[in-house]
Design a protein around this ligand. Structure first.
Ligand code: MRU
Length: 361
């Protein structure tokens, strides 16, 4: 992604350090965060310095590579135990996004097929880099497929941030929007603010502004208003995990936008790589939903007139809050799922066919 005329990825590795665009500070400050060991990388995922399903997947893959490099002995059995333990720590950071588990296993299972520590270390770095490159390429392909759905002069609604920042590059839901913009289509994006962490207002809006794509931030509660007025032609969101019947877990608030879209005859698309499908989840009821700190609702972060980032309480001292981070949108509200292999209907047979295509690669 282009930031201040320079190309960046959300996450990358150099020597044994993992580098991340610090998403806690955006849009107020652009800063790179350096994780010096895999425990710091795990903490960066947990504290949402990096967030978004494909991005935390790639970060987890780099975390395993870091753990491999940190192992100082030569005994392969001890190395195996060490990597299993590191994998457990990295996986315990966030529960909902499937890519985190998929990416960690992608690197771990392959390196543990080695017989000596040095080969496994070399493989780990190579595989994590391959995973990141592969993810960036999948997102580019999602952009091409999704662009076929976008017509000139359309208004598109999106929820949360499923842009380049949520992936390695390019984005999932924002990828078709980018490609439409690059191919000179005139489009306008309605950006849900996405309480409680405001990924829409702070990250999606920032990415669109960097690319000079016309947009406006709307209050989460305003989507129905704009849909009813005929201002939205279609909606496109990302996904954290997709069950085999087509139910989609995504940022809290996605479900109600999908129901509203159906009520107003507006197509509702999900964009995600096939690694987001979880063959172990038959329906959305099998997807674990992350419960986050109530502070995310009771406080708000912003910048004051002296350009200092501040955390401000907005609720009574006596109040508590409930804060599920994701919801599940039933398949019946979803028009189609845009993947790297094309656009599929959210039904079991079609999902299985696409997942098999991925496994055959
Ligand atoms: O809690 P987050 O910010 O890690 O949530 C993930 C998301 O950004 C969204 O749910 C997104 O739409 C899916 S990830 C491309």
């Amino acid at each position: 992604m282009l930031i201040n005329n320079q190309n960046y990825r959300t996450v990358w590795m150099q020597y044994n350090f993992v580098y991340l665009i610090n998403q806690q500070l955006l849009p107020h400050k652009f800063e790179i965060y350096k994780c010096k060991n895999y425990i710091e990388t795990a903490n960066a995922i947990k504290t949402m310095i990096v967030r978004g399903a494909p991005a935390i997947g790639a970060t987890g893959a780099f975390g395993i590579a870091q753990a491999a490099l940190e192992f100082k002995e030569d005994n392969f059995e001890d190395f195996k135990n060490y990597i299993e333990n590191a994998s457990g720590i990295l996986k315990s950071t966030r529960p909902t996004a499937n890519d985190l588990f998929y990416a960690i296993d992608f690197v771990k299972e392959k390196i543990l097929k080695n017989f000596n520590v040095n080969d496994a270390k070399k493989d780990a770095v190579k595989l994590a880099n391959e995973y990141a490159d592969w993810n960036a390429e999948l997102c580019r392909q999602i952009g091409e497929h999704g662009n076929n759905l976008i017509k000139n002069n359309q208004n598109i609604l999106t929820h949360c941030n499923a842009g380049a920042l949520a992936c390695v590059d390019f984005g999932t839901a924002l990828a078709p929007i980018r490609v439409a913009h690059y191919s000179k289509k005139s489009i306008f994006v309605y950006v849900d603010e996405t309480r409680p962490r405001n990924q829409g207002a702070s990250l999606t809006a920032w990415e669109l502004a960097q690319e000079k794509i016309s947009h406006a931030i709307i209050a989460d509660n305003a989507a129905g208003f704009f849909m009813k007025k005929g201002k939205i032609d279609f909606a496109i969101v990302g996904a954290d995990r997709i069950a085999m019947n087509g139910d989609v877990a995504n940022k809290i608030g996605t479900y109600e936008k999908a129901v509203l879209a159906k009520e107003n005859n507006i197509p509702f698309y999900v964009a995600a790589p096939l690694s987001t499908f979880d063959t172990k989840c038959k329906t959305g009821d099998d997807i674990p939903i992350e419960e986050r700190s109530e502070d995310e609702l009771l406080y708000i972060h912003g910048i004051d007139e002296d350009k200092k980032i501040k955390k401000i309480r907005i609720a009574p001292e006596q109040s508590s809050a409930k804060n599920p981070a994701f919801d599940v949108t039933p398949a019946k509200y979803i028009t189609g799922i845009i993947t790297e292999k094309g656009i599929l209907k959210p039904i079991k047979q079609e999902i299985e066919r696409f997942v098999n295509l991925k496994n055959a690669d």
